[in-house]
Design a protein around this ligand. Structure first.
Ligand SMILES: Nc1ncnc2c1ncn2[C@@H]1O[C@H](COP(=O)(O)OP(=O)(O)OP(=O)(O)O)[C@@H](O)[C@H]1O
Ligand SMILES: [Mg+2]
Length: 324
């Protein structure tokens, strides 16, 4: 196996105190297991609050897991020394959704791109040359190096965000909704850029998005999350099997994460991580709910070697649909 990263039974709970209430436990990520092979693009998709960014932060060890293990190139991260962890941080990078807040407004493009070297305490070599190289890699003219973020367009800023992520020659980049704040034509340019960079530099991506259609177009495999868990994991051209995935395919989402809501056939809300039901977390919204759904939480089962689904009745639903 050529896994760059693999996670097993990963979980993260947050202890919170709501106004005038006792401490409560919020389960943001629950029992998540998957692997990513070198060179793959794996997409993670789901509605707002389903745990995508929490999962990204766990993978990069920006957040400690409450449960489970993460292995990088076959080694459990828990066994890494501080020095090894520091080295590893160069190999795993992140690109954030909002290029406006991820780049310090007081930094010029040059300083923004050189910051990872400062943080890691490593030399960039000939700095002017390296800045020009990195900007060229992301399709920006080296003359932009002395500009400040407010002098750049949204797409240019996201290119700077990508250049920063590339600075230390990573092998894995976690992209957390990198195109969500951009308009459609710029989004397409950034996707093309990411695709080209991956081929050229042999990168591996974990691509997080709320847009299932974009994820399926761009990614080799798709992980669908619901209320902190994986409900389906499917290869590029497989037909979705989980009712939630099917409904996501047919619905569109508001791109603005502060104002995100479904505007098509997916109604109702996901259960809160404070108060998860005993049975399937999707049962309250599922048009096919019956029997076991209310009493037993379904686990992921293989439909095909690379296709897993967590639904008691997904096979029956497909058969019923075909028969109809
Ligand atoms: N530090 C924290 N303390 C308490 N709860 C948290 C914390 N971080 C995240 N959460 C909760 O965990 C849940 C998952 O959050 P997360 O940011 O991972 O969702 P997401 O899928 O990335 O959503 P979005 O699409 O809006 O970015 C949310 O309900 C959030 O409020
Ligand atoms: Mg998020």
């Amino acid at each position: 196996m050529n896994d760059i990263i693999s996670v097993a039974n990963l979980g993260r709970r947050f202890v919170t105190k709501r106004f005038l209430k006792k401490k409560e436990i919020f389960s943001a990520v629950r029992d998540v297991s998957f692997n990513v092979e070198r060179g793959e693009i794996v997409g993670v998709v789901g509605e707002s609050g389903c745990g995508k960014s929490t999962l990204a932060r766990l993978l990069l060890r920006l957040l400690e897991p409450s449960k489970g293990t993460i292995s990088f190139e076959g080694r459990d991260l828990a066994s890494f020394s501080k020095g090894e962890m520091r080295q590893l941080r160069r190999k795993m990078q992140m690109v954030f959704q909002d290029p406006y807040s991820s780049i310090d407004p007081r930094f010029t493009v040059r300083n923004a791109v050189l910051e990872p070297y400062k943080v890691q305490g490593v030399s960039a070599g000939d700095t002017d040359k390296r800045v020009a190289e990195l900007l060229n890699m992301v399709g920006l003219d080296a003359s932009l190096a002395n500009r400040y973020p407010h002098q750049l367009s949204g797409g240019q800023k996201q290119r700077v965000g990508i250049a920063r992520a590339l600075a230390l020659n990573p092998s894995l980049i976690v992209l957390d909704e990198p195109t969500a704040s951009l308009d459609v034509s710029v989004q397409a340019q950034i996707i093309n850029l990411l695709d080209g960079l991956r081929r050229e530099l042999g990168l591996t991506y974990i691509f997080i998005s709320h847009d299932l259609n974009l994820v399926r177009y761009f990614c080799d495999r798709t992980i669908v999350m619901y209320a902190g868990r994986i409900v389906e994991m499917l290869p590029k051209y497989a037909a979705p099997s989980h009712p939630y995935t099917k409904m996501l395919m047919g619905s569109m989402f508001e791109p603005d994460p502060d104002n995100r809501r479904e505007i098509s056939n997916l109604t109702g809300e996901a259960p809160s991580g404070y108060n998860l039901p005993e049975g399937c977390a999707f049962a309250s919204r599922c048009p096919f709910v019956k029997g076991l759904c209310l009493t037993e939480d379904p686990t992921l089962q293989h439909l095909q070697p690379e296709h897993q689904v967590a639904c008691h009745y997904s096979k029956d639903i497909s058969n019923e649909r075909q028969a109809a």
